[in-house]
Design a protein around this ligand. Structure first.
Ligand code: FES
Length: 140
Protein backbone atom coordinates (compact mmCIF):
# COMPACT_ATOMS: atom_id res chain seq x y z
CA UNK A 1 0.00 0.00 0.00
CA UNK A 2 2.83 2.39 0.84
CA UNK A 3 4.49 1.65 -2.52
CA UNK A 4 1.25 2.70 -4.22
CA UNK A 5 1.30 5.97 -2.31
CA UNK A 6 -1.82 5.13 -0.35
CA UNK A 7 -2.32 7.27 2.72
CA UNK A 8 -2.72 4.87 5.63
CA UNK A 9 -4.75 5.57 8.77
CA UNK A 10 -4.03 2.96 11.40
CA UNK A 11 -5.85 2.31 14.62
CA UNK A 12 -5.28 -0.05 17.50
CA UNK A 13 -7.38 -0.68 20.56
CA UNK A 14 -4.47 0.04 22.91
CA UNK A 15 -2.91 2.89 20.94
CA UNK A 16 0.34 1.00 20.33
CA UNK A 17 0.09 2.04 16.66
CA UNK A 18 -1.79 4.96 15.17
CA UNK A 19 -5.13 6.10 16.55
CA UNK A 20 -6.12 4.66 19.92
CA UNK A 21 -9.60 3.25 19.60
CA UNK A 22 -11.93 1.64 17.13
CA UNK A 23 -11.30 2.05 13.42
CA UNK A 24 -14.94 3.08 12.99
CA UNK A 25 -14.35 6.11 15.22
CA UNK A 26 -11.23 7.01 13.25
CA UNK A 27 -13.15 6.63 10.00
CA UNK A 28 -15.98 8.82 11.27
CA UNK A 29 -13.55 11.55 12.32
CA UNK A 30 -11.86 11.40 8.94
CA UNK A 31 -15.14 11.59 7.05
CA UNK A 32 -16.44 14.47 9.12
CA UNK A 33 -13.15 16.39 8.79
CA UNK A 34 -13.37 16.03 5.01
CA UNK A 35 -17.11 16.38 4.62
CA UNK A 36 -17.96 19.23 2.35
CA UNK A 37 -21.18 20.70 1.16
CA UNK A 38 -21.85 22.96 -1.74
CA UNK A 39 -24.78 25.27 -2.07
CA UNK A 40 -26.11 24.90 -5.58
CA UNK A 41 -29.47 26.41 -6.47
CA UNK A 42 -30.38 26.77 -2.80
CA UNK A 43 -30.01 23.04 -2.33
CA UNK A 44 -27.17 21.50 -0.41
CA UNK A 45 -25.27 18.93 -2.40
CA UNK A 46 -22.74 16.73 -0.76
CA UNK A 47 -19.31 16.70 -2.27
CA UNK A 48 -17.42 13.55 -1.47
CA UNK A 49 -14.85 13.75 -4.20
CA UNK A 50 -12.07 12.73 -1.82
CA UNK A 51 -13.82 9.37 -1.39
CA UNK A 52 -14.04 7.32 -4.57
CA UNK A 53 -15.39 4.35 -2.70
CA UNK A 54 -15.21 2.69 0.70
CA UNK A 55 -14.60 -1.04 1.01
CA UNK A 56 -15.22 -2.74 4.31
CA UNK A 57 -14.62 -6.26 5.51
CA UNK A 58 -14.65 -7.51 9.07
CA UNK A 59 -17.04 -8.03 11.95
CA UNK A 60 -20.62 -7.14 11.03
CA UNK A 61 -20.97 -4.61 13.83
CA UNK A 62 -18.05 -2.71 12.31
CA UNK A 63 -19.44 -3.01 8.78
CA UNK A 64 -22.84 -1.87 10.04
CA UNK A 65 -21.39 1.27 11.61
CA UNK A 66 -19.29 2.00 8.52
CA UNK A 67 -22.41 1.58 6.37
CA UNK A 68 -24.36 4.04 8.51
CA UNK A 69 -21.61 6.66 8.13
CA UNK A 70 -21.42 6.09 4.37
CA UNK A 71 -25.21 6.25 3.92
CA UNK A 72 -25.36 9.43 6.00
CA UNK A 73 -22.64 11.10 3.92
CA UNK A 74 -23.65 9.58 0.58
CA UNK A 75 -20.31 7.86 0.11
CA UNK A 76 -20.36 4.86 -2.25
CA UNK A 77 -19.26 1.69 -0.53
CA UNK A 78 -19.19 -2.09 -0.63
CA UNK A 79 -19.48 -4.59 2.19
CA UNK A 80 -18.27 -8.16 2.28
CA UNK A 81 -21.18 -9.82 4.05
CA UNK A 82 -20.23 -13.05 5.75
CA UNK A 83 -22.87 -15.75 6.16
CA UNK A 84 -22.63 -19.41 7.12
CA UNK A 85 -22.14 -21.42 3.92
CA UNK A 86 -22.55 -25.13 3.27
CA UNK A 87 -22.62 -25.99 -0.45
CA UNK A 88 -20.90 -22.80 -1.59
CA UNK A 89 -22.48 -22.83 -5.03
CA UNK A 90 -26.09 -21.82 -4.59
CA UNK A 91 -28.24 -24.92 -4.02
CA UNK A 92 -28.63 -25.43 -0.26
CA UNK A 93 -29.98 -22.00 0.70
CA UNK A 94 -27.96 -21.82 3.91
CA UNK A 95 -26.48 -18.43 3.08
CA UNK A 96 -29.69 -16.69 1.95
CA UNK A 97 -30.36 -13.30 3.50
CA UNK A 98 -33.64 -11.63 4.39
CA UNK A 99 -35.60 -10.21 2.79
CA UNK A 100 -34.12 -10.59 -0.70
CA UNK A 101 -33.21 -14.28 -0.53
CA UNK A 102 -29.88 -13.49 -2.16
CA UNK A 103 -27.36 -16.27 -1.69
CA UNK A 104 -24.16 -14.83 -0.35
CA UNK A 105 -22.18 -17.59 -2.04
CA UNK A 106 -23.55 -16.54 -5.45
CA UNK A 107 -25.00 -13.01 -5.35
CA UNK A 108 -22.50 -12.00 -2.66
CA UNK A 109 -20.57 -11.87 -0.57
CA UNK A 110 -19.59 -8.40 -1.78
CA UNK A 111 -22.66 -6.18 -1.76
CA UNK A 112 -22.96 -2.62 -2.98
CA UNK A 113 -24.13 -0.10 -0.38
CA UNK A 114 -27.32 0.74 -2.28
CA UNK A 115 -28.27 -2.94 -2.66
CA UNK A 116 -27.40 -3.50 0.98
CA UNK A 117 -30.41 -1.40 2.00
CA UNK A 118 -32.59 -4.29 0.82
CA UNK A 119 -30.94 -6.80 3.17
CA UNK A 120 -33.09 -6.26 6.23
CA UNK A 121 -31.11 -8.62 8.46
CA UNK A 122 -27.84 -6.71 7.98
CA UNK A 123 -26.58 -5.58 11.37
CA UNK A 124 -29.51 -7.25 13.15
CA UNK A 125 -29.14 -11.03 12.95
CA UNK A 126 -27.70 -13.98 11.05
CA UNK A 127 -28.32 -17.71 10.92
CA UNK A 128 -26.35 -20.40 12.74
CA UNK A 129 -25.16 -23.63 11.08
CA UNK A 130 -28.56 -25.19 11.83
CA UNK A 131 -30.37 -22.25 10.21
CA UNK A 132 -31.61 -20.81 13.50
CA UNK A 133 -31.91 -17.04 13.57
CA UNK A 134 -29.44 -15.56 16.04
CA UNK A 135 -29.91 -11.91 16.89
CA UNK A 136 -26.79 -9.79 17.39
CA UNK A 137 -26.44 -8.58 20.98
CA UNK A 138 -25.95 -4.99 19.83
CA UNK A 139 -28.99 -4.98 17.55
CA UNK A 140 -32.00 -2.93 18.58
S1 FES B 1 -23.91 -22.01 0.76
FE1 FES B 1 -25.47 -23.13 -0.20
S2 FES B 1 -26.64 -21.67 -1.25
FE2 FES B 1 -24.95 -20.57 -0.44
Amino acid sequence: MKELGVQMHLSTDDGSEGYKGFNVDLFKQYVEANYQTENKDSTFHISHSIFSKVYTVGPEIMEFKIAQICWEHEIPFEVSLERYMKCGFGICGQCCVDSTGWRMCVEGPVIDGEKLKQITEFGKYHRTASGKVEKYPWAK
